[in-house]
Design a protein around this ligand. Sequence first.
Ligand code: MTE
Length: 320
Amino acid sequence: MLIGKSLDIRSSEITPKSSYMKRRKFIAGASAATAGLIVGRGLLELVHPGERVHAQTKLSGVIKSSLSTDESQTPYKDVTHYNNFYEFGTAKEEPAEKAKNFKTSPWTVSVGGAVKKPLKYDLDALMKLAPLEERIYRHRCVEAWSIVVPWIGFPLNALIKQVEPTSNAKFVAFQSFYDPHEMPTARYAGIAFPYVEGLRLDEAIHPLAILCFGMYGETLPNQDGAPVRLVVPWKYGFKSIKSIVKISFVEKQPPTTWNLAAPNEYWFYSNVNPAVDHPRWSQAKERRLGEFFRRPTLLFNGYGGQVAQLYAGMDLRKDF
Ligand code: MTE
């Protein structure tokens, strides 16, 4: 991504191959040597040698979704130690460390704007809105790396139905939590906070878009967007906003963080498209974390069969 107005790409694409491979080797070793599983006091604790014990709550009663891919899942260690969460640093390994004391309870999400029933949900109430499903999705970052993650959540449309959007609701705007005291490194990130994102209403209603509370059977780790984030698998990862506190239904296309930071590089739609290069690098291929060879990137990240009709008649080169 771009940091401020400089041309700093923090990506595996420009990581020197030697250090990238060293990291891969370390990760492979660490997961192979996973020491054990301790279940106690309602917490599932996975202990990796040399790694802080983490304590995510196990999520029960999760339904398997038929919308999951059967591709191999990316190791947990990679998905939790190679993150973009600029509130907690711009280097990939920083959020795991800097977000570890982030307080995610109590947590409230307010939903309002052009709706008949504006509501404030505490996290427990929000999580009970619809049955939790495991959705194993491909997740493609604009920086040309990808992961496959067993997310846990439910379709965003379950929430949308509850608040009853009015005819003025054309877009949905999302806002992340931001507190400069709890996130002191955010001021060096070069982008404005709070992080904001948006979807067109029909995109938000699409059954593939989920409100996500967990992954790998447990609640989300802080660095992955605890306690609630969006996952929109056919779009570049930056649309999947983390640690959401506000959702508003609006008439006009809402501002989005990366578009505000670099409008020539990131536009509103941000659908994964191998034919539309980023101005500074190709989008034709991607590196799946944990793999050596790059693989071709798929239009709409492989979800075209389900979502292409949302963009019928649009010029995807212009509306990128
Ligand atoms: N949400 C917030 N609040 N802040 C961020 O910096 N980064 C985005 C997105 N959501 C970001 C965010 C980007 S650029 C990506 S690629 C994904 O989160 C990364 O998600 P992951 O770290 O779980 O892979």
